[in-house]
Design a protein around this ligand. Structure first.
Ligand SMILES: [Zn+2]
Length: 276
């Protein structure tokens, strides 16, 4: 197996007048195939985990760009296109790739690109139609149709504050591995919870809800359950909270299960609403 890993992220507040330029990414740190040669950091930990796991399986690893910037306004078009094209060029040069793992945010907007992650994943798909593509996301993302169509697996962090990035990177690797080996065929479905709300997870209704999601994974054909909290400071047509389920295959029992889960998502959302 050959695994291709890369990371590109920022959280775009499209109402901010401060553009996100090259300097913003330089401050966050840019690695060109060398992120895993440096100590683990917040943004590079998924690449470290994916490389370590790939090598443990005696698989080949191709490490590409890792570029991340703190939240600000629209990313400058040429900056996004340059980073994207670097990743795609590395992917082209990598030859036949079995698994592509991308550490992303999900709310990155550039001038001319409302959905940078969807654009990047889709271009990877065009280059590698048969590869397993997995995207690690921040839950403050806009979960788009293009991302859902182009990726095999999307994995938002479950915790806010985001203390579970290593665990979710491990989950994504494990599911991508099982998919590449032909042991599972993931199907993703999302559901619009029709709310915009801060959803901290250390306590309260969301703590209980996240624990219940984790408890259901690995049973009844459920591969992964997540909540994309959404990012209201991004002026985007998909702004809002969405529930995301990955199941083994879409059977009648899964449709019923997802319907029940949708109801419990809505109930949790109601419970999370501040009491006045
Ligand atoms: Zn976040």
């Amino acid at each position: 197996m050959k695994v291709f890993i890369a990371g590109l992220s920022t959280e775009t507040n499209s109402f901010s007048p401060l553009p996100t330029g090259l300097k913003s990414f330089e401050e966050g740190k840019i690695h060109r195939g060398t992120a895993t040669a440096d100590p683990i950091e917040f943004w590079t930990s998924p690449l470290h985990i994916w490389k370590k796991n790939s090598l443990a399986n005696n698989w080949d690893v191709v490490e590409s760009l890792s570029a991340h910037a703190q939240p600000a306004g629209l990313t400058i078009r040429s900056v996004y296109e340059t980073f994207r094209d670097e990743i795609l060029e590395d992917l082209r040069n990598a030859g036949s790739v079995d698994i592509i793992l991308l550490s992303l945010h999900g709310a990155m907007i550039a001038d001319g690109y409302d959905d940078c992650e969807g654009d990047l994943i889709n271009r990877c798909r065009e280059l590698c139609p048969n590869a397993v593509i997995g995207g690690l996301l921040d839950p403050h993302c806009h979960l788009t149709e293009l991302m859902m169509q182009a990726a095999d697996l999307l994995m938002p962090y479950k915790e806010y504050p985001h203390v579970d990035i290593p665990e979710r990177a491990e989950d994504l690797f494990r599911l991508a591995k099982e998919t590449a080996l032909g042991n599972i065929t993931p199907v993703m479905r999302d559901f619009d919870c029709r709310m915009i709300l801060a959803l901290p997870t250390p306590s309260g209704p969301m703590r209980e809800f996240v624990d219940s999601m984790i408890a259901r994974e690995g049973k009844d054909g459920i591969l992964s359950l997540s909540i994309a909290h959404g990012f209201p400071w991004g002026d985007h047509e998909r702004t809002g909270t969405r529930a995301l389920a990955s199941v083994m295959e879409m059977q009648t029992r899964h449709r019923k299960l997802l319907l029940n889960w949708e109801r419990s998502c809505m109930k949790c959302g109601t419970n999370c609403w501040p009491k006045t």
